[in-house]
Design a protein around this ligand. Structure first.
Ligand SMILES: C[S@@+](CC[C@H](N)C(=O)[O-])C[C@H]1O[C@@H](n2cnc3c(N)ncnc32)[C@H](O)[C@@H]1O
Length: 261
């Protein structure tokens, strides 16, 4: 028995055991006793996770895969949840204990997985696995590069990210149309920014909404004072501004808002 791949669930099963093992090995195993695998499918990575010292939890939306996992792996002790990762309450699932996330993620909900991780960062010190290569590279991109954008800044504000290696479509069944990339992120010491998350997110999204323009025009809708708009950061384009630069900019905008009231 094997699981029939369902396109709407982003199911591309990894067929190369050594890559599955390499991905299972990317977590540091420090500072937590639990690991949550998102989308285990037929468990190609799960069996390597089960050899580690932590408790392995897996969450899978597809009933057929859940049945397969129960039949083949239940005796090895994973906690299996037949649920949608995007809908589950992680605090309730882990009773406020720290856990790492790993997976060969469903590519159709990649950014949502990353954003949910950031929202729950107090629980999640480490996150690693495989995305569509372009998404993995965007998450890890540095300022000045073509791929540097909203997801790079919003992730790197809270996590240090590292792109590890590229995986070709030929090692999946069915093969995806694009290459895949494996990356890892480690939570920064400071869990909270010195500015409100919502304002930071709004500034970053507004700035990259018009990525070719200078900040002076892309942030026009924020009604900033002329004095602030004269600051040299406003003559830059968003891709030239570091994560720290965006935090400083948000501080200035917050103060400007206060002094404008
Ligand atoms: C790219 S496949 C990887 C399967 C397996 N880990 C492997 O490497 O062969 C992604 C898996 O995520 C599951 N999935 C899709 N959406 C999900 C969601 N919202 N919550 C949990 N699992 C999901 C799919 O059913 C599928 O098994």
């Amino acid at each position: 028995m094997s699981v029939r791949a369902k396109k709407h669930l982003g199911q591309h099963f990894l067929t190369d055991e050594s890559i599955a093992q390499q991905i299972a090995d990317i977590l540091s195993e420090n500072g937590y006793n639990n690991v949550l695998e998102i989308g285990p499918g037929m468990g190609v990575m799960t069996k390597y996770l089960l050899e580690k010292k932590y408790t392995t939890h897996v969450i899978e939306i597809d009933d057929e895969s859940v049945e397969y996992l129960q039949a083949h792996y239940l005796h090895l002790g994973p906690r299996i949840y037949g649920k949608d990762f995007l809908k589950v309450d992680l605090n309730e699932l882990f009773k406020k204990e720290q856990f790492a996330i790993i997976g060969n993620f469903p590519y159709n909900i990649s950014s949502q997985i990353v954003f949910k991780t950031i929202e729950n960062r107090e629980l999640i010190p480490e996150f690693g696995g495989m995305f569509q290569m372009e998404v993995a590279k965007r998450i890890c991109a540095e300022p000045g590069s073509k791929t540097y954008g909203i997801i790079s800044v919003l992730t790197q504000a809270y996590y240090d990210t590292e792109y590890l290696f590229t995986v070709p479509p030929t090692v999946f069944n069915p093969p995806p149309r694009v290459e895949s990339g494996v990356m890892v992120m480690k939570r920064k010491k400071e869990l909270f920014l010195s500015v409100p998350d919502r304002l930071f997110k709004h500034v970053v999204k507004t700035a990259f909404g018009q990525r070719r323009k200078m900040m002076r025009s892309s942030l026009k809708s924020l009604n900033l004072s002329d004095e602030l708009r004269a600051n040299e950061i406003f003559s830059k384009r968003p891709e030239q501004i570091s994560v720290q630069g965006f935090i400083e900019l948000t501080t200035l905008i917050e103060q400007d808002g206060i002094s404008n009231q």
